[in-house]
Design a protein around this ligand. Structure first.
Ligand code: UDP
Ligand code: MG
Length: 321
């Protein structure tokens, strides 16, 4: 174990959370201090382009407690990119991403640490109930996890959020992943290692508002599936094959019928149906292709995942990479 390196980094991505900072620091500090770990801890905020007084609130906390640090990004890059920035700058032996709205109780950290000491490298939190989410959100989340795990080889645990304990070696694997598309749950699942789950109850957000609307969640879901599976691309070859075989059989039938009954003009409805159906299928498959091509474009640009504007508080150990 290295000198001066904290045991725990609590990683909190924040976007416009000025009311939440002080509450968060108070509660998390109490939990971390109560653990009584001699090696210490740090709280690393990633300010993801906040436009309110979030950064000032973090600065105030840093002045009273140097264990509170912040990496401020040049603009809003999204939570997944913010988490990547956090993993790059965290110095702890274990890293624990935790939302600043305290929907996930920091008290669970003690249990996570105990499982880690038993030898698990990833200890993820599983929500015992999703009563804190609206019914449509629960249903769509359920559907999504199922679809994702059906399509993708890297299974993501159901009802697990980003709240989890990651051992340093897992963090280093994630940091080595070069892709721009940072669907974190997918990356964690791909990395593997020994994993354990701890259950907890998720509560309502009591300050601030959610930063995720349905459109953002839908985009995240698409990122997750297209980065984890190529089945949506392949399915069109099979469907195309089935449709082609069907068309051939129908053509044979039409020819034979014409020989028997002679040629008659009706058949407009069946023509229309076939044309519309095929048109629809083609547009859909083009759309799916487009989703993947768009993502290939983003990857080939090799742009950085995030840009740091300002660093508050020195890392307790030089960060390599
Ligand atoms: N967040 C972020 N960047 C964004 C959106 C959100 O860093 O572009 C942070 C946000 O400040 C919070 C966490 O991600 O700490 C989770 O967001 P939120 O609570 O709004 O999501 P929900 O719990 O509703 O899924
Ligand atoms: Mg939340």
């Amino acid at each position: 174990m290295m000198e001066g390196v904290p045991l725990i980094t609590v990683l909190a991505p924040v976007k416009d959370e000025e009311e939440a900072i002080a509450l968060f620091v108070g509660r998390v500090r109490a939990v971390l201090d109560a653990l009584g770990e001699a090696q210490g801890w740090e709280i690393l905020f990633i300010d993801d382009g906040s436009r309110d007084a979030t950064l000032a609130a973090i600065m105030a906390e840093h002045r009273t407690d140097a264990r509170i640090r912040c990496i401020s990004l040049s603009r809003n890059f999204g939570k997944e990119a913010a988490l990547s920035a956090g993993l790059d700058h965290a110095t702890g032996q274990v890293v624990i991403p935790l939302d600043v709205d305290l929907q996930d109780p920091p008290e669970v950290i003690g249990t996570m640490l105990a499982r880690w000491r038993e030898g698990f490298d990833v200890v993820y939190g599983v929500r015992r109930n999703r009563a804190s989410d609206s019914l449509p959100k629960r249903l769509t989340a359920d559907l999504y996890y199922r679809a994702h795990n059906y399509l993708s080889a890297d299974k993501i645990p159901e009802h697990a959020g980003d709240f989890r304990l990651l051992d340093r070696k897992v963090v280093d694997v994630i940091r080595l992943m070069p892709e721009r598309n940072r669907f974190m749950k997918g990356l964690f699942a791909w990395a593997g290692f020994r994993q354990a789950a701890v259950e907890y109850d998720r509560v309502q957000r009591d300050v601030g508002t959610t930063k995720f609307n349905y459109w953002k969640l839908w985009t995240l879901a698409l990122d997750g599936i297209t980065s984890g599976s190529t089945l949506p691309l392949r399915v069109w070859s099979y469907l195309g094959g089935v449709v082609a075989v069907g068309a051939l059989i129908y053509a044979i039938y039409v020819v034979i019928r014409t020989f028997i009954h002679g040629g008659d003009v009706p058949g407009y409805p069946s023509l229309m149906v076939a044309t519309l159906f095929l048109g629809g299928v083609q547009l859909l498959s083009l759309g799916v292709l487009g989703e993947y091509v768009g993502r290939i474009l983003v990857e080939t640009k090799h742009r950085p995942i995030y840009v740091v504007r300002e660093t508050i508080g020195a890392a307790l150990q030089p960060v390599v990479g």
